[in-house]
Design a protein around this ligand. Sequence first.
Ligand code: ATP
Ligand code: MG
Length: 511
Amino acid sequence: QGAQRTISDICNAGAADAVAIAAPERSAMTYGKLRELAGHTVSALNALGIGRGDRVAMVLPNSPETLAAFLTIGAGASTAPLNPAYRQEEHAYYLSDLQAKALVVRSDGGEEAKLARAAAETHGIPVLDLVPDTDGPAGSFCLKGGTPGEAATPGFAREGDEALVLHTSGTTSRPKIVPLLQRNVWTSARNIREVLQLSADDICLSIMPLFHIHGLIAASLAPLSAGGQAYVPGPFNALSMLRWLQESGATWYTGVPTMHQSLLDRALKRPDAAKGLGLRFIRSSSASLPSQTMKQLEETFGCPVIESYGMTEAAHQMTSNPLPPKPRKAGSVGIAAGPQVAIADEAGTFVPQGEAGEVCIKGDNVTPGYENNPDANAKAFFQGWFRTGDQGILDPEGYLTITGRLKELINRGGEKVSPVEVDEALMDHPDVAQAVAFALPHKKLGETVAAAVRLHEGAGLDEKTLKGFVAERLADFKVPQRIVFLEEIPKGPTGKMQRIGMAEKLGLVET
Ligand code: ATP
Ligand code: MG
């Protein structure tokens, strides 16, 4: 078969006795065991008629077995992880849309397993039970159920086979189906490994959901591609984060800004615990990281914060800030980190450096195209380039700044306001813990600027004072006309802020 850019190649990256997967209060799974498990899992799937590129849906909350299932099923077939928070109807919709050959749920699962199983049964999709081996090392499992069959294409997957199929987060429209090839996910893992200079000594505390590209590639395949370790404690929990960081011996973790912010809230109360961890760096991606959060994280944890820019269609990473001594720029998502990056106008002409336009990418990490969505494909692809839908500017050193999503820009009577810039101005106020600007429908102007703000505990800031504060920093048309103070700002399923629809969600729109 020769050298193949595949998930099984990644499972082969570590020494037989080196740790691949670890978890609290469990013995660790070595690469030797992981390879054995991959062999067993691929044969078990083949015996059920599931072969290379066939889709196996998984509804599994974060756990070491979930990571092991992603790796070992992905070594022979294509995994389709679904959000365990979906209701039965959502599961039914996604399962039939994906034409999954089987569904995997935990034999000891909770509500999520029950609902997903019921959904699969309504569509006649066989259910395979993931039976954890609680006496074995972290992540050990076997599959039970299904009916014997013959796989058309058995064995380990090749680089042109589908490895993973996901849905976009649905921040700007209905989620789109994104198939990713073995070559795409392998390339993205390698790109991340290179930027972060990951080695076999690195331990990643893996807390991103394992149904989202960020968790699957950056917190799973990337550390393993270096022969290093992923420590998987379970679903994210801000209360346990500090303890997990200590117990795992983590050298890094990757998360979305809302996670860093809730960790910071904890850490600021216990500065002693935040210092003295073995963190080499903290990685942030999937949404813009306010420069204030970056600064506070660096001060509190005493390590660099590396912001990267990723998306589902790119198998995650597109650009990243580099590690020191190379400069990282707050507010910038860094330099091209794997794929080629360029800025184009609507007609697909590349604009001169320093001008704003749509960020476009080209590389082996990019999806071959959305499924069953010729319109979206026709809009997204031109001459081998992929349009991200994000607006950005490249500086003379090649650092990219995302000024917003094309669809999220606030259009105030023709004047485009970047919500990211408004967030930053609000967060400059010491009482503000978190701020999210969004468009508020307006009779005359079409849209105006509004913002949801969470204050630090005990702060007593009012709307007028905060508006005055922002007015000293931004042009009048960018100052939010409405600011609402909330205990908790509503988030999407992957922990991201959803600016689109926020006004409706907060009941600010008259209907
Ligand atoms: P949908 O495509 O369904 O609207 P989505 O784009 O949120 O949802 P994802 O693929 O999870 O789904 O997210 C990718 C997007 O997240 C990028 O296109 C970009 O808008 C945003 N993003 C990712 N990283 C960053 C970052 N570091 N700074 C700013 N925005 C980011
Ligand atoms: Mg998107």
